[in-house]
Design a protein around this ligand. Structure first.
Ligand code: SF4
Length: 867
């Protein structure tokens, strides 16, 4: 099918859980244009750098366009037969629990619904889990324990109306940038609004904060137990609310008071200044409207559920919930983590927020789906699931829209598990990633811009993702492939023709036997006509026949059997593994601003790749000095599970004993930077969420024999370097290199590296054998094709001017003479490293503009002047 375009389509950004609305149109020259949707209540027209660069990521480079079995292109029929016959054989021989699905918060709700229905309703196993397990399953478990339901009780407007916002374990400025923009705008309007950050690191979210508690990693539960004890000591409990709407306060208090006997003790335990802790506690207890927003820093812990409950306890104890401008707010990482929760995409859930271990719920879902084979109980959670694949207990696995070889902890073991799987099916839009390399069956999936359905954001708002591109090759929606397999397995109930059919069934199930005792209710959206579904505007659930219910828990009634919320006693526990003499530092992992997950999409954008070009380790200057590292050097990082080779970033933003490594890089983008290989696979005992934030590691200097970089118009397979990483730049790729062995023949080395073609290139070379310096440039048909610079020292020439030359149709002779120096001829400007991704502004351009325009503040809006 051709990639037909449609004018001005309203859809939703496919990245983070803010769920911004975007409008996609085309310029006069036919180029796609993505802008924030001014009418969407999540963002009102705002976008962050990732959303603004979406148009750069819709090309077909690297796409999987046809089904493949055992590396050979086949028809969809053959591929689907192989999947269904393989699954049927394993189920017949080993039972339904020998098969599994591992899905993703990137799936649309309609895909998720069908996957869950097939596995739990008809195959008869609950072995379906999702990568959202890695992101927010501890928050789900904490909600269930406290509220009796997985309910997020806060809206984005509450963040703006709060008088105190507490960000815990959340770098909102980078991970949910538009929500951060809304928060900053609200603070500008209301100067009395206070912002407290609780995070071991200094992050961009700390800019302008009133207080930053840089606590010792893993001690958040202790800090909030201390707050509960403080609220009690100050008489700040809401006695009427506690008596009417809660239970468990005494038990929770008893535990808190046992451990957090004084502010001093809490401060010592968290390694914080006592006065700062007191200040935070006073702010919380004296402020009525408090929102505590928490994210992966809380969830990705071996005690993440307890930490979530420690936060919720404080809100329940003080009655700060169910009213405007207040409440505990778990924000989701992925665009449709919430949709996955709605359909029961986690192995311990049933559909429509029903409980898999509740006999009534099981009966109702069986009735509704007309099945007598509903899964009898909880299935395997992500880490357990891959353990079961490794041991052979799970023999057939279908992975959709996620890259677990990179994203799960203990990555080497995960890869071993994948290599042992009898039948591994992977549905993906890309032809190559770390997980796909193990697949026997590859199914081409549609991606953003091509697929059509719904997603739900962090404030329970359902929005349409609409297609504006025709699907390339034979790519199909995931729900379609699932239905085809279900039919081949002989199951009824999978005759959906359109995502609207699936959404309608999903909405009907939410309303089925729901007399207000279940929070998730879409009865107001039941049986939408196709045109209504096509036109569906963003809507928050619950959405009953009476309309949207914007404020949950306003009546003080929750979804437990007695309709009272529960305060949960939180016994503080240390992280699963503590540093020791061999692994003395604590590894924390997380996101950078401009990349998303394993870079499948953002790695295609030159603008986004300019922000952080290399996988790096951030560490405190004192630690760097101890191990003999300087800024920009290379470091070997080792844990008990694996190792990585990373660029050193020294900053005072880390605590002394803690280091930070981004989660995005993988074997497609770097030689050895997949941080999951290092991460300890300890999981939370309640939620099963892994502890990504606390793995003991050791760091040492890596001294290479040579360092270099390669700029190449074509992507290369670099096997000659011990260290390499690549980043997309405008019209070319940038590789950073380092190696242990000096080649004997540099010219041969360069030609091997650049995969010499027959097109008669012109080579410019400089080889100083005494200094082991080698520089080469290749020009093909007048255009710069590649530049390679290698030397024994790390202080390589700058890349920025050379990079600009890739945009030229012909290299002038004056430029040719300078190519091997890496510096522009005198009189020409090197724009310098890009510092503003949105507009591609280099540091030198910026300095010049600041000088020329005498700009004195960011408000002078230099960015737009330059652009
Ligand atoms: Fe997309 Fe999130 Fe950025 Fe909004 S904040 S544009 S949803 S990445």
């Amino acid at each position: 099918m051709s990639r037909v375009s449609v004018q001005d389509v309203a859809t939703t950004c496919p990245y983070c859980g803010v769920g911004c609305g975007v409008r996609v149109g085309r310029d006069a020259d036919g180029a796609y244009r993505v802008q924030g949707d001014k009418s969407h209540p999540a963002n009102y027209g705002r976008l962050c750098s990732k959303g603004a660069a979406l148009a750069e990521t819709i090309g077909l480079d690297g796409r999987l366009l046809h089904p493949e079995v055992d590396g050979v292109r086949v028809s969809w029929n053959s591929a689907l037969d192989r999947v269904s016959q393989g699954f049927a054989r394993v189920i017949n021989e080993h039972g339904p629990d020998a098969v599994a699905f591992y899905v993703s918060g990137q799936l649309l709700t309609e895909d998720y619904y069908v996957a869950n229905k097939l596995m739990k309703g008809f195959i008869g196993s609950a072995n379906i889990d999702t990568n959202s397990r890695l992101c927010m399953s501890s928050a789900v478990a904490a909600h269930k324990r406290a509220f009796g339901s997985d309910t997020v009780p806060v809206n984005y407007t509450d963040l703006e109306q709060a008088d105190l916002v507490v960000l815990v374990g959340s770098n909102l400025a980078w991970c949910h940038p538009v929500l951060n923009q809304r928060l900053l705008a609200a603070r500008k309007q209301r100067s009395a609004m206070r912002l407290v950050i609780i995070d071991p690191r200094v992050t961009p979210s700390c800019d302008g904060a009133d207080l930053h508690l840089a606590l010792k990693s893993g001690t958040d539960g202790y800090l909030f137990n201390g707050l509960l004890a403080w609220l009690h000591g100050q008489g700040a409990g809401d006695a009427e609310f506690l008596a009417r709407s809660t239970g468990g306060a005494e038990a929770a208090l008893e535990v808190a008071l046992t451990h957090a006997t004084s502010v001093k003790i809490v401060a010592e335990h968290c390694d914080l200044d006592e006065e700062q802790v007191r200040q935070f506690y006073q702010l919380f207890s004296r402020t009525e409207k408090v929102v505590t927003l928490f994210s992966q820093g809380i969830n990705q812990s071996a005690r993440g559920t307890d930490k979530g409950n420690a936060i919720i306890n404080c809100h329940l104890y003080s009655g700060r919930i169910g009213r405007a401008g207040m409440g505990p707010f778990s924000i989701t990482g992925q665009p449709n983590a919430m949709g996955g929760r709605e359909v029961g995409g986690l192995a311990n859930q049933l559909a429509a927020h029903m409980d898999i271990d509740n006999p009534d719920h099981r009966r109702w879902v069986s009735e509704f789906w007309q099945t007598d084979n509903l899964a009898p109980g909880v299935g395997l959670k992500a880490v357990e699931l891959f353990d079961a694949v490794e041991s052979g207990q799970v023999r057939a696995l279908w992975i959709m829209g996620t890259n677990p070889a990179v994203s799960l902890p203990d990555g080497n073991r995960m890869r071993r598990a994948l290599s042992r799987c009898e039948l591994l099916v992977v549905s993906d839009c890309m032809a190559s990633n770390d997980t796909l390399s193990f697949a026997q069956v590859k199914l081409p999936a549609q991606t953003w811009g091509e697929k059509s359905g719904t997603v739900t954001n962090s404030e329970r708002r359902i929005s349409r993702q609409r297609a504006f591109l025709g699907a390339p090759g034979e790519a199909q929606p995931d729900w379609w492939a699932l239905c085809q397999v279900a039919r081949r397995l002989g199951y009824n109930g999978f005759d959906f023709e359109h995502p609207a059919d699936i959404f309608n069934e999903h909405a009907r199930l939410s309303a089925y036997r729901n007399d207000g005792e279940r929070d998730f209710d879409l009865s107001g959206l039941v049986d939408l006509e196709p045109q209504d579904y096509a036109d569906l505007q963003p809507v928050q659930w619950p959405c009953t026949t009476g309309g949207e219910v914007n404020r949950l828990f306003a009546d003080g009634r929750f979804f437990t059997p007695d309709r009272r919320a529960r305060l949960v006693p939180v016994q503080p526990h240390p992280p699963a593994l503590l540093p020791d003499e061999y692994y003395p530092l604590v590894l924390n992992t997380g996101r950078v601003r401009d990349h998303w997950h394993t870079m499948t999409r953002t790695g295609m954008s030159p603008r986004l790749s300019a922000h952080v070009k290399e996988p790096c380790i951030s560490l405190h200057p004192d630690v760097a000095e101890q191990v003999g590292l300087v800024h920009g050097a290379l470091a070997r990082v080792e844990s008990r599970r694996g190792e990585a080779l990373l660029r050193v970033d020294i900053s005072g933003y880390q605590r002394r004993g803690e280091v930070f490594v981004p989660m995005h890089w993988n074997d497609e983008y770097a030689a050895s930077a997949a941080v999951g290989r290092l991460v300890n696979p300890a999981v939370d005992p309640v939620s099963g969420q892994p502890e990504f934030k606390h793995t003991p590691v050791t760091v040492s200097a890596y001294q290479a024999a040579w360092y270099g970089f390669l700029l190449s118009r074509r992507p290369m397979h670099v096997s000659h370097a011990n260290y390499w990483c690549k980043a997309r730049r405008q019209d070319h790729w940038q590789y950073e290199l380092a190696g242990d062995d000096l080649p004997l023949d540099w010219a041969r080395f360069a030609r091997d590296l650049l995969c010499e073609t027959d097109s008669q290139p012109q080579w410019f070379e400089l080889h100083d054998s005494t200094q082991a310096n080698y520089r080469a440039a290749r020009i093909t048909e007048g255009r710069l094709d590649a530049v390679l610079i290698v030397q024994p020292a790390m202080d390589l020439p700058p890349r920025d001017w050379l990079s600009q030359l890739f945009g030229k149709v012909a290299i002038e002779s004056v430029e040719r003479r300078c190519l091997l120096s890496g510096l522009p001829p005198s009189g020409l400007q090197d724009t310098g490293a890009v510092v503003c991704s949105c507009f591609g502004v280099g540091v030198n351009t910026l300095r010049q503009a600041v000088r020329e325009h005498r700009l004195a503040s960011p408000e002078a809006n230099w960015c737009s002047r330059i652009a």
